[in-house]
Design a protein around this ligand. Structure first.
Ligand SMILES: Nc1nc2c(c(=O)[nH]1)N[C@H]1C(S)=C(S)[C@@H](COP(=O)(O)OP(=O)(O)OC[C@H]3O[C@@H](n4cnc5c(=O)[nH]c(N)nc54)[C@H](O)[C@@H]3O)O[C@H]1N2
Ligand SMILES: Nc1nc2c(c(=O)[nH]1)N[C@H]1C(S)=C(S)[C@@H](COP(=O)(O)OP(=O)(O)OC[C@H]3O[C@@H](n4cnc5c(=O)[nH]c(N)nc54)[C@H](O)[C@@H]3O)O[C@H]1N2
Ligand SMILES: [Mo]
Length: 695
């Protein structure tokens, strides 16, 4: 039996340090935590099951070429030579006929975060050298928060190392479901420790999430998309009770006066009181007031937002209000406090370069959540290019992008669609060529984690079936297209890794390889601490050099510069607010089809007993969910664990239709819309309005 350090590198950014237990025949028996990982780190069910995915029967085993209609699922097996020749021919034809930017280069949102085997960076390198492409810009995850973070702080390094949370007196998880979404391999365990020490942990969430059940000392239900209103009301109480740190605001921020006037109702005659917010948020005013009083008294307080609160219409404002609250209470940049910004991968990581890619700034781009619109409408619709081909690496955007019907039309419109995949996803079904990829257990790599560390992931088995590394696939295509030398620099993937490790800050590479862990020097970093400690020496890269609480650039045209509450109410006919959170046992849609994942996830619509009763629906009934975009059938899960007026369907299930055109696979993106939140152009998958009826 051998024990080999590996690292899960799924898109929760946890990058968990794990150990593969390999028997004498080379078979992986199980995957457990690597005891040499960083303090309090722990993997989860996703990583522990990776060997099942590795050996799963339904892996794509050979290259496949489509034979039936797009979406029919009819393919024939092909040799690598044939598949690569066909793919290179398609790329060449597109480049010669329409120019390279008619290719939509979709590199995985982050399906794989390896240094070499990286589904985001490798495609950018390839498409850049190909001559250009149309870039889906921003991310589904965090477009709105990234946008306002940059304008407010002038840096994205606003996170923290979780060890610093041990100094906190109060934790507010605002729409953050850490026990599921992780945001690092150790954050959950630090929060657990705080709970054991008696530190209150408040979770604000429309539903009783796993985090509410495991970590919370208080659950505050709220209507989705209304967080900025509750935050404004909290600020109102803090102002009224003189619990504001005026000196801190004066010293470190610009623009608070405007926000204060807004909160007090100077502009619109509406003071943003708890009574005002109670109706908007569906949360009792006493609960809001009590939260504010405890918040004001309990310094240091760490407010940790989920990304959920910004994947809403007006989600930019929720983040801006959170920044303002933390500054107004003097909690920014101190141990035990936080900036109010995202803590996920928002601190520098150890120096470890990756194969570089040509700058994407000169490429035509479309906001990622509008990719199907860009294909369907093209230059006539005001988009920069007419897209003729899709190249997708490590993503399932037909399913994961909003408005699946539109996505299908977009895939049907292009001349060619190509993907690298591990399993036959709904997106792969719509491709002309599918090139089978390896999983991380089949390759050697270093994994970027969410914290100040790196993980080494040894190759445990040789690539199974005929699968190949994405890197090797690109090399073969680059050879056919005439830029192999530039793309590969004549290095194999393993030679790249060696080369990059030598350029990294890791000194003892062999020890790193054997232990699986490299710890950066400082594990107690708080974002913005340098600025807070020495503001003159370290001004922020903002117009005032300070935290810009009222930045013109982060407001919508025609509105004021300060954070404001932009709340969308359910429109007539669609009275329920649907949220589509991330599921526990899988990452996004990856492996949603697998039996062991299905057993762990309830495929059903969460609905409150009052809402179910109004609709004559009982637990387990089939219900029809309708939105302006589409309709679907699923089972009802009637539970007091969700706010009235809100329903919940976890994202990621694979789309399937019955003969009447109803979605029956459980994929909520049949209901979502590509109309983004502005000005960030971010996805708003937690602002979906629906009606539910008994089917
Ligand atoms: N297990 C697992 N982990 C993951 C992922 C996964 O698919 N599975 N995906 C990864 C990725 S790609 C990302 S981007 C992140 C996503 O991270 P998040 O966006 O933070 O995750 P969500 O699950 O969408 O939402 C977190 C919680 O917020 C609640 N919520 C929804 N809308 C609102 C709202 O308007 N206000 C408030 N207060 N709460 C709300 C949800 O009920 C949920 O419990 O997670 C990462 N981690
Ligand atoms: N309704 C709703 N929709 C959402 C969200 C939501 O909250 N609600 N969240 C959005 C968010 S935040 C995100 S990030 C997106 C995520 O959506 P996607 O980026 O599409 O992510 P996955 O669904 O995980 O798909 C990743 C694919 O990569 C494949 N893969 C894994 N490893 C490799 C590899 O090494 N090489 C290759 N070539 N392929 C590999 C997997 O098999 C899988 O099919 O979904 C978005 N969609
Ligand atoms: Mo994401």
């Amino acid at each position: 039996m051998k024990l080999l350090p590996v690292s899960c590198n799924k898109d929760c950014g946890a990058g968990c340090p794990l150990l593969a237990h390999v028997d004498d025949s080379g078979k992986i028996i199980k995957i457990t935590d690597n005891p040499q990982g960083p303090p309090r780190s722990q993997g989860c069910i996703k990583g522990y099951n990776m060997h099942k995915a590795l050996h799963a029967e339904d892996r794509i085993k050979t290259p496949l070429i489509r034979t039936g209609q797009r979406g029919s699922g009819q393919f024939r097996e092909a040799s690598w030579k044939e598949a690569l020749d066909i793919t290179a021919g398609m790329l060449e034809k597109i480049r010669d006929t329409y120019g390279p930017t008619s290719l939509l280069g979709m590199g995985g949102g982050g399906a794989c975060r390896g240094v070499v085997h990286n589904t985001l960076f490798l495609p950018l390198r390839f498409f850049g050298l190909f001559g250009g492409f149309t870039l889906p810009s921003g991310s589904y995850s965090s477009a709105a928060s990234s946008f306002v973070t940059a304008h407010t702080f002038g840096t994205r390094n606003v996170g923290l190392d979780p060890a610093t949370l041990l100094n906190a007196n109060l934790i507010i998880l605002w729409g953050a479901n850490i026990s599921v979404t992780r945001f690092g391999c150790d954050l959950e365990n630090y929060l657990q420790e705080l709970k054991e020490r008696g530190i209150p942990i408040v979770v604000i969430d429309p539903r009783k999430s796993r985090t509410v059940r495991k970590l919370a000392t208080q659950w505050i239900p709220i209507y989705p998309g209304t967080d900025s209103a509750m935050m404004a009301a909290v600020l109102h109480v803090l102002l009224e009770e003189r619990m504001i740190d005026r000196a801190f605001l004066e010293h470190y921020t610009n623009g608070f006066a405007e926000l204060e006037s807004y909160v007090c109702g100077v502009f619109d005659g509406i003071p943003k009181t708890p009574a005002w917010a109670a109706e908007i948020c569906g949360t009792p005013q006493d609960t809001i007031r009590d939260l504010a009083l405890r918040y004001g008294a309990a310094k240091p307080t760490a407010l940790i937002p989920g990304l959920s609160i910004q994947r809403t219409l007006g989600g930019e404002e929720a983040y801006r209000m959170a920044f303002a609250l933390q500054a107004a209470t003097g909690n920014t940049g101190i141990p035990g406090g936080s900036s109010g910004g995202s803590v996920w991968g928002t601190m520098p990581r150890p120096r470890m370069p990756f194969p570089s890619f040509p700058s994407t700034s000169s490429q035509p781009s479309v906001p990622v959540c509008k990719w199907p619109d860009a294909i369907l409408e093209g230059t006539e619709g005001g988009y920069p290019t007419d897209i003729k081909a899709i190249y997708s690496v490590g993503q399932n955007y037909l399913n994961q992008g909003s408005d699946i019907k539109k996505n299908i039309k977009a895939f049907e419109k292009v001349e060619y669609a190509i993907c690298h995949e591990v399993i036959m996803t709904p997106t792969a079904q719509y491709c002309d060529v599918i090139l089978p990829s390896t999983t991380f257990l089949e390759r050697e790599d270093v994994i970027y984690s969410a914290g100040n560390h790196l993980f080494y992931s040894q190759k445990v088995v040789e690539p199974l079936y005929e699968s190949r590394n994405d890197y090797d696939i690109f090399c073969e295509l680059a050879r056919r297209l005439g830029f192999y030398d530039e793309f590969s620099k004549n290095r194999s993937a393993d030679e790249w890794l060696e080369f990059l490790l030598k350029a990294s800050e890791v000194e003892d590479i062999e020890a790193f390889r054997l232990r699986g862990l490299y710890l950066g020097q400082d594990q107690n970093r708080v974002g913005l601490a340098e600025y807070i400690n020495h503001p003159q020496a370290n001004p922020l890269d903002t117009p005032s050099g300070k935290i810009e609480l009222s930045a013109a650039a982060s407001s919508v045209e025609g509105t004021r510069n300060h954070p404001a509450c932009r709340i969308t109410k359910p429109p007539p006919g669609y009275p329920l607010r649907l949220i589509t959170p991330h599921a526990f046992a899988r990452i996004n849609s990856t492996e949603a089809n697998r039996a062991w994942v299905q057993r762990l996830e309830r495929k059903a619509l969460w609905i409150h007993p009052d809402d179910a009763h109004k609709r004559g629906t009982a637990d387990g009934d089939m219900v029809r969910i309708s939105s302006p975009q589409g309709r679907m059938l699923t089972k009802a899960y009637v539970t007091g664990g969700i706010h009235t007026g809100v329903v919940c369907l976890p994202q990621g299930e694979w789309v399937r239709f019955n003969e009447s055109g109803d979605e029956i696979g459980g994929s909520p993106n049949i209901l979502t819309s590509t109309t983004p939140t502005l000005p960030s152009q971010g996805a708003r998958t937690h602002s979906v309005f629906v009606e539910v009826t008994r089917a």
